[in-house]
Design a protein around this ligand. Structure first.
Ligand SMILES: [Cu+2]
Length: 334
């Protein structure tokens, strides 16, 4: 009898849900270390994977761009120990950063290497969606071309219904369209802000699936720049004090507006729309979901400068990075 009980206890222990990354946090500690304000993510943390550098691709030299993207389903690491069943362009979340110049022709092909229909929608294109943004069946492809007419930082994404499901699963990216007259020389970066919604699980060994109800409730588990929570805090971006920095920031959503801000700096110029003069002397600027904004800024002195969405609940969920200007001593808050 006792042996049978022991077996039952053992079975119960085996069936106990494995530890999974928390989706609901307790009220956090208020005793932050003195060395770091705005410490929404730990600086210099090798435990966080660096998915990609944030550097923008170089300005285009060709006037015709043969761009081919493949829709693929892969496992994507959102945070340490958090694998997600992602739907992607070219196996990346976000998809590759693309860059063309006003007047260039984009000669585009989407190949569907996934088991369900996908599509593409380029916000930089002026084209009939019913012709170009059609659903592509598995193993099929679609081809179309367009001329980029308007400069800016544009989103591209899968638009297959429900679009929220395809975007929240990882199918988005940034397309920079440069003006014909080049912008002043600068260090240039591309950031795509987006959200991840995780379904509850009891098996920590399997990649997480999308939490549809959380997506409808606008309650993400992670809000990130370039696909990974806090990756540029864990791996700060090295820059020089005083040099001109230019950020092409796209908000892929699918739900949360970005309130982009660099702690310790004021944006010299903000290009919210492609035509017309930029705003000057801006502390924080919002990027609508499905929009892109270009930010220019200089950092006044050596130091660590966090960049965040100033919607700090979202920064706490991972939308935070750090610029390391020069070789500072000490550290920062945030
Ligand atoms: Cu899709």
């Amino acid at each position: 009898m006792r042996k049978r009980l022991a077996v039952l206890v053992l079975l119960a222990a085996c069936q106990k849900p494995a530890a999974v990354p928390p989706t609901k946090a307790a009220v956090p500690s208020t005793s932050s270390p003195a060395s770091m304000s705005h410490g929404e993510a730990k600086v210099d943390n090798p435990a966080v994977p660096l998915d990609r550098v944030a550097d923008a691709p170089p300005r285009s030299t060709s006037r015709r761009h043969r761009i081919r993207l493949v829709s693929v389903h892969v496992t994507h690491i959102v945070a340490p120990g958090v694998a997600f069943q992602a739907w992607t362009f070219d196996s990346m979340v976000p998809g590759p950063a693309l860059r063309v110049t006003v007047g260039d022709t984009v000669d585009f092909t989407l190949i569907n290497g996934a088991p369900i229909p996908h599509s593409i929608d380029f916000h930089a294109a002026e084209i009939a969606p019913s012709r170009a943004y059609i659903n592509v069946m598995p193993k099929d492809s679609v081809h179309f071309s367009f001329v980029a007419r308007v400069p800016g930082a544009f989103m591209y994404h899968c638009g297959t219904a429900p679009a929220a499901l395809h975007i929240a699963s990882g199918m988005y990216g940034a397309l920079i369209v440069d003006p014909v007259t080049p912008r002043p020389a600068a260090r240039e970066f591309v950031l795509v802000q987006s959200e991840f919604y995780l379904a509850p699980t009891t098996d920590s060994t399997k990649p997480r699936t999308l939490g549809w109800q959380k997506m409808l409730d606008l309650s993400p588990d992670y809000v990130v720049f370039n696909g990974v929570a806090g990756q540029y805090a864990a791996h700060p971006i090295q820059v020089k004090p005083g040099e001109l920095l230019r950020f092409y920031v796209v908000d892929a959503g699918p739900n949360r507006v970005s309130s982009f801000h660099v702690v310790g700096a004021i944006f010299e110029r903000v290009f919210e729309d492609a035509f017309g003069p930029p705003k000057q002397g801006v502390q924080t600027s919002s990027i609508p979901v499905g929009g892109g904004v270009i930010f220019e800024v200089r950092l006044a002195e050596p130091g660590l400068y966090p960049f965040v969405t100033h919607a700090f609940g979202d920064a706490t969920k991972g939308a935070v990075g750090v610029l390391r200007a020069g070789n500072p001593t000490g550290s920062a808050s945030h």
